[in-house]
Design a protein around this ligand. Sequence first.
Ligand code: 9MR
Length: 648
Amino acid sequence: MVDDSERVSRRAMLAAGVTGVAAFAGCPGQGGSTATQGERDGDAAGDGSDADGEPSTDADTDADGDPGSTEVNEPPETAADPPTELDPAESGESVLVDQVGYRPPDPKGAVVRADATAFTVFDAESGDAVTSGELSDPSEDAASGDTVRHADFSGVSQPGTYQLALGDGSVASHEFEVADGVWGRTLAELCRRYTLRRANTRIEDPVTGLEFGPGHPQDAEARMYFGDEFRDEGDTVDVSGGWYDAGDYGKYVTPGAITAGQLLLAYEQHPDTFETGQLAMPDGVSTAGRETGMPDLLAEVKFKLEWLEKMQRPDGAVYHKVSGTNWPGMDTSPTEDDQTRYVFGLSTYGTGMVAGVMAMAARIYREFDADFADRMLENARNAQSYLEANPDSEFRRDEGQDDGSGGYAKTSDREERFWAAAELLKTTGESRYADYLESELADRFGIAPPAVTWGNALLLGHWAYYTAEAGDEDRQSTIAEQLVADADELVEHVGSEGYRVSLSTDQYYWASAKVAVAKGNKLLLANEIEPNEAYVEAALDQIHYVLGRTPTTYSYVTGSGETAPQNPHSRTVESTGINVPGNLVGGPNASADDPELAELIEDESPPPAKCYLDVTGSYASNEPAIDYAAPLVFALAAFTPASAIGVE
Ligand code: 9MR
């Protein structure tokens, strides 16, 4: 769908910093690219270390809610001309803002990369100047190579649509909103994207126009790729259901469990934010349990938990993934991908994650569906029993296992064992789980956890232990002190970055956008322990970053912002022509992990934060995945009242 000349010109524009919707307009799915994602993965070796960075959490009280301030904006002193004569290609190029917007009471900042000293904020509808101010002194931003200045327009607190302009008004930001619940639609779309990736389900969504499926009916009779004490090679297993992982049709236990865990934590921290009926779930999609008032988000996560349950063996261990042995072509729809699907691998790190998320589910679903909660607890205990009986880490990988799907390989499992036992302790209060942590994993209490990712669930474990009534107080203090100390460092780091991003310059690797948000979520958890406005502000900065205050000018969430991914690496986008909103893509990746990025890096040597391509072929920078959207759901849930969530 993108021919070479077009690709080159897009790259040249990106390198030159010329983006903008007009320049990039391209309809995904129009052509049906046949590029495959094939030879990817390779996934690191195993300890999860290349597997991204950090944490996730949530905050609340002072972060929550809305404010309803009626503060009157300062009258401008030196107003620029209104940005009415803007060249569309210039709009949003040199003045970077959160392209969705800001909440009225929050600090508000723009990043400016033009040689100017003053700015003016205009009401986008009336063209009236509402405030003006001085830009900060310039500073160099290593990750992007940009010289940046900052505009602080925190005083703009009247709800409205605005634009921030420099000088004569020929240089301005994209339009953005100031509103209570400003991210309500984005949050709804982030949640809905899970429903719209259901396997074995007919999807007919009036909101997006997406129609497909039911995809992969053969998953009801998938084949064992190997034999074990419970099944022979070639035996059939019903592993229907669950969400497709990303732009592919693989279904993987570990990103599935870490995603479900973060979504459940979002609910557990903000139970009043999620309600029944707020996600406009398409007709015909099963929402079992909703009759008891189960919020849509929980109904959706239940769908994945039921699939995870099918991946568990009778002895509690959990298989690794379901996929075919070939990567389907990029324009292959879920129904056209009729290859035999297999159950591959088995891991103790995945078994730990399943125990952790199911122990969470056992407490969270109890009020809505006690039978389901009981089942979840039984499964979690069963997984834990397997882990106790098998103290060594296992990661089964048979030859050919990764020929048609991602690796998600990790050969260590200590962090996930910790998560499992800590959630079981929190849910049951039984001392045996505390004893297991003390006897087997005591050293993990003293490790400051990185952001939550599929490669490391320790922060979820620490949070569960810290909030468990049955937890030891000294251990809880250690966890709290570490998290707060880590948050202090992170705040300092965010303040030193030109784009106020939580990533360090060497963290622009595969899925960096997810990691940026997940690091911000760590601050929200620290804020629960020790409320601190600086933590909340730096966490908000990560939201502003992924929603468009970026060196590439892109918002990394489809459908949110004027310059957002048009060509995500996704087989359903390519085969249906519908660019589903609410997908966070991987974002800048300074490693040459796909051929498109490799060419960009070789030709242009862009700084790390600009190694991003809005082209279908760039699976290592432009692919959406279930575990990318989840931390953003967690973050936005801290700042969005239930009344704002919806797609109307
Ligand atoms: O998101 C995963 C990233 O952390 C890894 O570095 C990368 C390489 O192993 O794989 C990513 O996961 C992909 C998975 O392997 C297959 N489905 C698409 C996922 C997103 O790109």
